[in-house]
Ligand binder design. Structure first.
Ligand code: B12
Ligand code: SF4
Length: 481
């Protein structure tokens, strides 16, 4: 069975969640890989179109394969979407992939009757093979139905040569001009944080070469893009590679860019590397702090010391980065006093923002096991994963450290701290703008009111030059230019 027309579908995430500001990288990679194999590829973000528009798109594209990307978060909504898609295109087959499938495998086929296939792990090769008509039994990571019996083709190994992948393409998404371009320069994470579900990309860290990363940056740069976001979990794990990326950005003259990096581990940066990054255009860094002291970091198996985190945040703010900090509220054994430590640290340095997440245990993580053993779930995962919004503040479990009331108090306290931090940042930004404007007004002389800044700058330049030459003549110094 071959598939020639594929519609990639991103489900909607109703409610208050982290919103995507840039195109989805996973979809971009899948589209590029299918395109390279000659498969016609389209994409739609169900969160960005009305149900009627979604249906119109499905009918217009008339795909023979619908490929739905799934996170565990809101998974029941994704299953409903699959059922709706089946109704819109009864003749098409449907395949699911993404973190939810990597975590639950065959269970996804069991729970979602309308699904024909599910692919675990990275989809570039497996989805292509499925479309090319490879026998399902030999497509790595593929779960499929064979005469009513569910079968698994075997584990999908992680891609090692990431440089060999074509750059992601977003043309099929018809996004208009995206706010920023996301870049994924490495995959996988060797750390063992107990709250994180990072099985999707594996424990082995795999990286693209500095040249290949810069090639992609330059590719987007030449198309006029200037805002970039690295979405890696561990952008700076290999120090030499990070310096290499900075060198390439500089060597290729990619100036006037602003780059953000969400996944930077504090113990993997120092002043030298941060300074280098700042100089070539990195402007925004996010650090996962999670807890306010070493005791909590140890419980979370964060694998770094609080001193390392503090040093990185101090350096980054001194170097003028916009810094966002991420904390968890309600970690195992965390007390109200520990949460106060988090709040004190969040307010200590001039950061741009600090997020305090109400810890939402994801199945498959150590935190979930801990709760089952030592605490008490206040709501069942299948409920809160499907009806709780990311920013809701009702505690989902309790355990030694904090009961329900303390958790509510802790979340309220962190909300207040965040308001203060954001207000402080707005004030600082307003002050900086005021200074900038005053300087600009000082540069543009009175004539600036009657002509363009360029003309007034030229006027100022000539006047200054004339003044310097007059001064030189008076002092008997010869000035030439
Ligand atoms: C960037 C990012 C976001 C962005 C954009 C998400 C997006 N849909 O593009 C934003 C900020 C919006 C976001 C939000 C959330 N995220 Co997020 N996010 C990430 C992050 C850091 C990178 C994702 C990425 O682009 N990876 C690189 C690409 C290449 O990988 P990929 O997207 O997984 O796609 C590959 C495979 O999964 C597979 N695949 C994907 N889709 C499909 C579909 C088919 C049919 C097939 C065959 C294969 C396939 O093939 C792709 C290519 O190899 C990951 C961590 C990570 N390292 O992956 C977390 C991650 C995906 N997020 C996670 C979570 C929990 C969330 C949130 C619920 C809240 C939160 N705490 O962050 C919200 C969800 C709300 C929402 N609106 O999406 C979890 C998901 C866990 C799970 N089991 O579901 C992850 C894994 C983080 C973690 N370690 O816990 N996120
Ligand atoms: S939280 Fe970050 S560092 Fe920790 S395991 Fe997850 S991806 Fe790795």
């Amino acid at each position: 069975m071959r598939f020639q027309r594929v519609l990639l579908v991103l489900p909607e995430y109703p409610g208050e969640h982290f919103k995507r500001k840039s195109p989805p990288v996973g979809i971009g990679y899948l589209a590029a890989s299918l395109k390279a194999a000659g498969v016609e590829c389209f994409a739609v973000d169900a969160g960005e179109v009305s149900p009627a528009e979604l249906e119109r798109t499905v009918r217009k594209v008339a795909p023979d394969l619908l490929a739905v990307s799934m996170m565990t978060f809101r998974y029941r909504h994704h299953y409903t979407l699959v059922a709706r898609l089946k109704g819109m295109a009864p003749g098409a087959r449907i395949v699911a992939g993404g973190p939810h499938v990597s975590l639950f495998g065959a269970k996804v086929l069991e729970e979602c009757a309308e699904l024909d296939f599910a692919i675990e792990g990275e989809g570039e090769i497996s989805l292509r093979l499925l479309c090319e008509g490879e026998d399902p039994g030999s497509v790595p990571g593929l779960h499929f139905r064979d005469g009513g019996v569910k079968r698994f083709a075997g584990a999908n190994s992680f891609l090692l040569d990431l440089d060999a992948l074509p750059f992601p393409t977003y043309e099929c998404l018809q996004l208009g001009r995206p706010h920023a371009i996301s870049l994924c320069s490495s995959r996988g994470c060797p750390s063992k944080c107990t709250f994180c579900q990072s099985t999707n990309m594996g424990k082995g860290w795999r990286a693209r070469s500095a040249e290949n990363v810069a090639d992609e940056l330059e590719y987007w740069y030449r198309k006029g893009h200037r805002l970039f976001d690295f979405i890696d979990d561990n952008l700076t794990l290999d120090r030499r590679r990070m310096f290499g990326i900075c060198d390439e950005i500089e060597r290729r003259g990619l100036t006037g860019i602003a780059i953000g990096a969400a996944g930077v581990r504090a113990d993997r940066v120092d002043w030298a590397i941060l300074e280098r990054m700042r100089r070539v255009g990195f402007s925004h860094l996010s650090f996962g702090v999670e807890g306010g002291n070493d005791r909590i970091l140890k419980v979370l198996k964060k694998g770094e010391t609080f001193a390392a985190i503090e040093s990185a945040v101090k350096d980054a703010t001194e170097l003028g980065f916009n810094v966002t900090l991420y904390f968890l509220v309600g970690s195992p054994y965390e007390t109200l006093e520990d949460v106060r430590d988090s709040c004190r640290f969040a307010a200590k340095y001039p950061v741009t923002d600090a997020f305090f997440s109400n810890l939402m245990p994801i199945p498959g993580t150590d935190v979930m096991e801990w709760i089952v053993e030592h605490g008490r779930l206040l709501r069942q995962p299948e409920d809160y994963l499907n009806d709780t919004a990311e920013f809701e503040r009702a505690p989902l479990f309790e355990g030694p450290g904090m009961g329900y009331a303390e958790r509510v108090a802790a979340l309220k306290m962190t909300d207040e701290v965040r308001v203060k931090i954001r207000r402080r940042f707005s004030q600082r930004r307003a002050q900086l703008r005021a200074v900038e404007l005053t300087e600009r007004l000082a540069v543009v002389p009175v004539v600036g009111r009657f002509c363009s800044p360029a003309v007034s700058r030229a006027f100022l330049h000539r006047t200054l030059l004339a003044a310097i030459m007059a001064w030189a003549r008076v002092r008997g110094v010869v000035v030439s230019h």
